[in-house]
Design a protein around this ligand. Structure first.
Ligand SMILES: Cc1ncc(C[n+]2csc(CCOP(=O)(O)OP(=O)(O)O)c2C)c(N)n1
Ligand SMILES: [Mg+2]
Length: 384
C-alpha cells in the first residue's frame, strides 16, 4: 500500500501502545500477546483469576450460556438436514460455539459483524433468523438475509476477503465520526492469505475501529496449523503491523467475553485495531464433504472432549447456583424450538423462478445476460 499524500493518514500518529495495557505486558512490547491463552474458567469449571480481564457477571454468563445451548442444537440440526438432503453443505462449529456466541454478544446493535462460512451460529446469535441464514447453504439465493437488518455481512467463503470489507466499513465509520466497531472473523488458515496482511496493515496504519478475531481450530481443511504457520502464535502476527494481539482459550466463554469485550472497548474509544486469537478445535469434519479420518486420529479429537465449552460453563454456573434444572430445561426447550423451525422451513420445498438467476447480477441487464435469460426461458418452455 502506498500513501501518496505527504501527510500521515488520520490517526496514524496515535500510539497504539498507549492503550494496550489490557492486552498483556509480558515480553519486549506491550503489543505482544500473553504467554499462554487467557483463561477465566478452566475445563473443570473453576474460576481462574486474571488481573487484566474481569470475569463477566453471572447474568451475562447465564444468558450467553443459553446461546451456547442453542448453538450446539443448531449445529446438530444442520448436520442432520445435510444428511437428509435438505442442505447442500454445512461447515459445523461444533466445539467452537463459545467463540461464535462471544463474537455476537460483545457487539452493540450498530456495530458490524463480518463472518465466514463457519460462523452460522454467530450470525444467528446476532439475531438473524436461522432459516434466512441457512438458505445460502441450501443454494436458493446469493444470501438469505439482508445484511443491513442486523449489521451482519454475508458469510464469506473466499478466505479473508471479508477482512478487507470489514476494514473498509470501519474506516468509513471513523471518517463519518460514528462510534461503530467492526468485528471480523477468520480461521487459522485464512491468516496465510494476502488479504489478511493487507487488511491488518491498512487497519493499523489508518487506526480504524476493527477487531480481527481468529478462530484457530487447528486445521484448514486437512492442513494442520504446524504446516500453516511457524509464528509463536497467530496473535503474535499483530505486532508486525503495530497493533496489539491477544490469545484466549477459545472454549472458555467467560474469557472470550472479557478479552473480546476489551478489544471492542478499545476500538470504540478510538485506540485502533487489535487481533484476538482463540485457541479452539474443530471437533467435526471441515464439512460433510470432508473425511477427517484421513488426516487426524480419533484420539486427537477425543483430547478436546474434556475441554468442551458447554460442559465447563455449565459446571461453573451450577456451582454458583446460577443454573438449575428448570433453567436448563427452559434453555433446551428454546433451542428445540429453533431446531423445529429449521426443520419446518428447510423441509418446505421452494420453487424459485429460474429467471431470478439474472435479476441481481447488474443493476441493468447486459446484452449477454438478456440473451442467456431468453435462452433459458426458451429451453424451459420446450420442456414444459
Ligand atoms: C481464497 C480461497 N482459497 C481457498 C479456499 C478453499 N478453502 C475453503 S475453506 C479452506 C480452509 C480454511 O481454513 P481456516 O481458515 O482455518 O478456517 P476453518 O475452515 O478451519 O474454519 C480452504 C483452503 C477458499 N475458500 N478461498
Ligand atoms: Mg481452521
Amino acid at each position: 500500500m502506498t500513501i501518496s499524500t505527504g501527510n500521515p493518514p488520520p490517526g496514524a500518529m496515535d500510539d497504539p501502545r498507549r492503550d494496550a495495557r489490557r492486552f498483556g505486558t509480558a515480553g519486549s512490547s506491550d503489543l505482544l500477546p500473553s504467554d499462554s491463552p487467557v483463561q477465566l474458567v478452566d475445563p473443570d469449571g473453576v474460576h481462574r483469576h486474571d488481573d487484566r480481564y474481569p470475569l463477566p457477571d453471572g447474568d451475562s454468563l447465564r444468558s450467553a450460556y443459553a446461546r451456547l445451548i442453542a448453538g450446539r442444537r443448531i449445529n446438530d440440526q444442520a448436520n442432520a438436514l445435510v444428511r437428509q438432503g435438505r442442505l447442500a453443505v454445512y461447515p459445523s462449529s461444533h466445539g467452537q460455539e463459545a467463540c461464535q456466541v462471544a463474537a455476537a454478544v460483545v457487539l452493540d446493535k450498530n456495530d458490524w459483524l463480518f463472518p465466514t462460512y463457519r460462523d452460522t451460529v454467530a450470525v444467528i446469535s446476532r439475531g438473524v433468523e436461522p432459516l434466512q441464514v441457512l438458505t445460502l447453504l441450501r443454494g436458493d439465493w446469493h444470501s438469505g438475509y439482508d445484511p443491513y437488518e442486523h449489521n451482519t455481512a454475508p458469510q464469506a467463503t473466499p478466505l479473508a476477503t471479508q477482512l478487507l470489507h470489514a476494514v473498509g466499513v470501519a474506516h468509513a465509520a471513523k471518517l463519518k465520526g460514528e462510534d461503530t466497531v467492526v468485528l471480523a472473523m477468520c480461521g487459522d488458515g485464512a491468516t496465510s492469505e494476502g488479504d489478511f496482511h493487507e487488511a491488518l496493515n491498512f487497519a493499523a496504519v489508518f487506526h480504524v475501529p476493527v477487531v480481527f478475531f481468529v478462530q484457530n481450530n487447528e486445521y484448514a481443511i486437512s492442513v494442520p496449523l504446524a504446516s500453516q504457520s511457524v509464528a509463536p502464535s497467530l496473535a503474535h502476527k499483530a505486532i508486525g503491523y503495530g497493533m496489539p494481539g491477544e490469545r484466549v482459550d477459545g472454549n472458555d466463554l467467560a474469557a472470550l467475553l472479557s478479552v473480546l469485550g476489551a478489544a471492542v472497548d478499545r476500538a470504540r474509544e478510538g485506540h485502533g485495531p487489535s487481533l484476538v486469537e482463540a485457541h479452539t478445535y474443530r471437533m467435526q469434519a471441515h464439512t460433510n464433504a470432508d473425511d477427517a479420518t484421513r488426516y487426524r486420529t480419533e484420539e486427537d479429537v477425543q483430547k478436546w472432549v474434556p475441554r468442551d465449552p458447554i460442559a465447563r460453563m455449565r459446571t461453573y454456573l451450577r456451582g454458583l447456583n446460577l443454573l438449575d434444572d428448570a433453567a436448563e430445561a427452559g434453555f433446551a426447550a428454546d433451542a428445540e424450538d429453533i431446531a423445529a423451525a429449521m426443520r419446518d422451513g428447510l423441509n418446505t420445498d421452494v420453487e424459485p423462478d429460474p429467471q431470478e438467476l439474472f435479476n441481481h447480477v447488474y443493476t441493468r441487464r447486459t446484452p449477454q445476460l438478456i440473451e442467456q435469460a431468453n435462452l433459458l426461458r426458451d429451453e424451459l418452455s420446450r420442456q414444459a
